[in-house]
Write a protein that binds this ligand. Structure first.
Ligand code: DGJ
Length: 729
């Protein structure tokens, strides 16, 4: 609910559990007065204290009032160059060369339903689900109008933000910085949690107390990156899964980003999140505008679980555009780890045949089906089927796959090109490169200039021929290197600061075309695993390959970190062969199945190499997954223990919305002699209900399972795992 108090210029945004408030003050500066647990409140600007702070300048209109300074006041969208020395949200370069921004409130607009953003991913919502507030701020000297957008999703406690900058003047202005989100707190006693890592180990939780100065994460790799995720948490220092105030902030963006928390001189904190200012500069001629990517906030007064549930609910209901929203997703098999580039149609069909006999429903042909792609130094850019490997083309292969009662999916990496390809030989100038420099290679490949529509059109035309040659129901969109040599022949020198962002817009454009032209196709995102696992991609690709590390034990950390923001159904997770291809670890098949079925489930191995007993186990795993699908897809997800803190085991739980069903998964990460008797304290159950355990006669009350705990069996042997299914009587 949005309450606009016109007389006091007060804007109060209520969600089910939270309240967010802003107020326009007597100099028409837009103050941020409160964000936290829901309060039935009036004007909260009394929380802001004023005092003479030396070296904190006073705006000209404050005359000689030294107690009024932008440098210490909580603001909704921070400025620069005019007296606030903390993190700026916006920075304008005017024709006279000055750098600054000074904003004053001009007006507001309320709308039913959720605003949309041109060319950018965004949460969507009906009039019943969401409301929109637009606040207009003006920099009169620069003749710039700034529209701040707020989307309020009451049920999921989600508040979205975006910003549009409009040049209504007569001269060209340059935008050097444009954050999506600024959030000021009148306190500094908080922890910052970020999700960091590297290729093969993404989104590991990192928590540290804020200290004086700026703590930041970000990416200047052209993708949101394996190294840092565009999702951060600020929280009480004692916050845990169940208690404490915490704020999660996600950016729906798949390119360079920055998220910085600044703890400033008088114990206040500012969080700023948006496109990274590195090599960003947008030229705004008169009449033109720039829109910043969307950011989304959830505040939970009761710890991380509640925050995650609200992000998961909002993402599942109002962000994913998943052709499988209302039906069960097929269990897939992908041939990558089984064959790499070394395959023929017969080899693929042999894998598919075995898979189909075990209950697998979708066959995905990974890298290597096109051009001269027999290793990773050639072929990218030539999106024509290699008929030596696949005689009769896709049509013949897919018809044989259909005969096995399976649907078919295909891998692509449209943003890239190898020098050894027909495309590159014809258009060597289509790659990102700086004139006079030979561009750096990554995985032996170069990056196509996706900021250019003519190049995207060419790639799309090639892909359309492939996609229309046979029925395809799934696409895996990969991206296997970071951007370097970022310069585009499509833009003049003074506009090169737009290329990184235009590249991302180009990726979104092609994904949107795919979504529009082939709405029935499920697109899985991938970037060498989880190098572009972000809310922006999820709008187009409702699941993302979580990591190239398919080892079940490593996945405990990766999927645990990912779950703080993103729901399990978005995490591509496969059972792969042992010893594991990435780390050589041997884990039981059961453990691999339990870990993978907590995500978008599939297999990535040659099932012909399995023993009869293993095949029987796989058949049962698939049955189990189908049985538990609804619970895993739509249930509330609880992290019962952290793989970063508990070196004995990791456990998690899916609970149905009506609390009548739950699935608990447990994986032992170490086996010890004389091990302690362990208990699991379950969560989210109805204390008054009796739950039947694993279809047996044995029952326990919800209160007992949550308060006294469930005694775990003693496990022997490495990496044992099991599930417990609870159903209310
Ligand atoms: C990286 C992906 O993450 C893998 O799953 C696989 O698709 C390879 N690329 C193919 O080149």
């Amino acid at each position: 609910m949005i309450i606009y108090d016109e007389q006091n210029l007060l804007f109060t945004l209520h969600t089910r559990n939270t309240t967010y408030q802003m107020k326009v003050d007597h100099y028409r500066v837009l103050l941020h007065t409160y964000y936290g647990p829901r309060m039935e409140c009036g004007d909260l600007s009394g929380l802001i204290r004023y005092g003479d702070r030396s070296f904190s300048p006073n705006p000209n209109e404050a005359q000689y009032d030294r107690t009024y300074s932008l440098d210490v006041m909580p603001q909704e969208y921070s400025t620069c160059g005019v007296g606030d020395f903390r993190l700026p949200s916006v920075e304008l370069e005017l024709p006279n060369g000055s750098h600054s921004a000074d904003l004053r409130y001009k007006g507001c607009e309320l709308q039913k339903g959720k605003y949309t953003l041109p060319e950018l991913p965004a949460f969507y919502g009906t009039e019943e689900e969401a409301e929109t507030l637009i606040l207009y701020l003006e920099d009169a000297a620069a003749q710039i109008m700034i529209e701040l957008y707020f989307g309020v999703f009451e049920a999921s406690d989600l508040i979205t933000r975006s910003v549009r900058i409009i040049n209504y003047g007569t001269e060209t202005v340059r935008l050097c910085r444009c954050a999506s989100l600024c959030l000021d707190f009148l306190r500094a006693d908080m922890d910052l949690i970020t999700f960091d890592g590297h290729h093969l180990m993404e989104r590991c939780l990192d928590r540290s107390p804020l200290r004086s100065g700026i703590q930041s994460v970000g990416s200047i790799r052209g993708a949101s990156s394996h190294q840092h995720n565009p999702f951060v948490i600020l929280c009480d220092q004692h916050a845990n899964e169940d208690t404490g105030l915490c704020y999660g902030a996600m950016l729906l963006y798949s390119g360079n980003f920055g998220a910085a928390a600044e703890c400033s001189q008088y114990d206040s904190t500012r969080l700023v999140m948006g496109i990274h200012p590195y090599h960003f500069c947008w030229t705004l001629p008169p009449g033109e505008s720039f829109t910043a990517p969307e950011a989304a906030l959830v505040c939970s007064p009761n710890g991380f679980s509640q925050m995650s549930h609200q992000f998961h609910n909002a993402i599942r209901r109002n962000l994913l555009r998943d052709p499988y929203s209302y039906m069960r997703k097929p269990v897939l098999i992908n041939n990558w780890e089984a064959t790499y580039f070394d395959f023929t149609a017969d080899k693929l069909l042999a894998i598919a045949k075995e898979a189909s006999s075990l209950g697998i429903e979708l066959f995905v042909m990974d890298d290597g089906w096109f051009g001269d792609r027999n290793d990773d130094n050639r072929g990218l850019g030539d999106w024509q089927v290699n008929e030596t490997k696949l005689p009769g083309g896709l049509k013949s292969l897919v018809s044989k796959i259909s005969d096995l009662n399976m649907t078919f999916g295909i891998w692509i990496e449209p943003e890239m090109v190898n020098e050894d390809s027909d495309l590159y030989r014809l258009h060597p100038d289509w790659v990102l490169h700086i004139p006079g420099r030979a561009p750096a290679r990554g995985r032996g490949q170069l990056v196509l200039d996706f900021s250019r529509k003519d190049i995207r059109d060419h790639i799309y035309r090639q892909l359309q021929v492939v996609f229309s040659s046979a029925p395809i129901s799934y696409i895996k969109w990969d991206m296997n290197r970071s951007l370097t040599d970022v310069w585009s022949a499509g833009l003049p020198a003074q506009r090169q600061g737009e290329v990184y962002h235009r590249y991302v817009l180009g990726v979104y454009d092609l994904l949107e075309r795919l979504h529009t032209d082939y709405p029935h196709i499920l697109i899985e995102g991938c970037c060498g695993g989880g190098g572009r696992f972000d809310g922006g991609m999820l709008y187009y690709t409702p699941q993302i390959w979580c990591s190239d590390d398919s080892d079940a034990i490593d996945r405990l950390r990766i999927q645990y970190g990912t779950s703080f923001c993103y729901p399990p159904c978005t995490m591509g997770a496969h059972v792969s062969a042992v010893p594991n291809e990435q780390n050589g670890r041997i884990t039981p098949l059961k453990t691999r199945g339990i870990v993978a079925m907590s995500g978008a489930f599939g297999y990535e191995m040659d099932l012909n190499k399995c023993t009869v007993k293993e095949k029987e186990e796989i058949r049962q795993q698939i049955e189990d997954y189908k049985t538990y699908y609804e619970l895993i897809r739509h249930g509330d997800y609880y992290r019962l223990s952290s793989p970063f803190e508990n070196d004995l085991f990791t456990a998690w739980e899916h609970v149905s919305a009506d609390k009548r069903e739950a699935l608990i998964s447990f994986v032992a990460s170490a086996s010890r002699p004389a091990s302690p008797f362990l208990k699991l304290y379950l969560k989210g159950l109805d204390p008054s209900l009796q739950y039947q355990i694993d279809h047996s006669e044995k029952t326990c009350s919800g209160s007992l399972l949550m308060q006294a705990g469930y005694p775990l069996p003693v496990v022997k042997g490495d990496y044992q795992a099991f599930q417990i299914y609870l159903k209310a009587k």
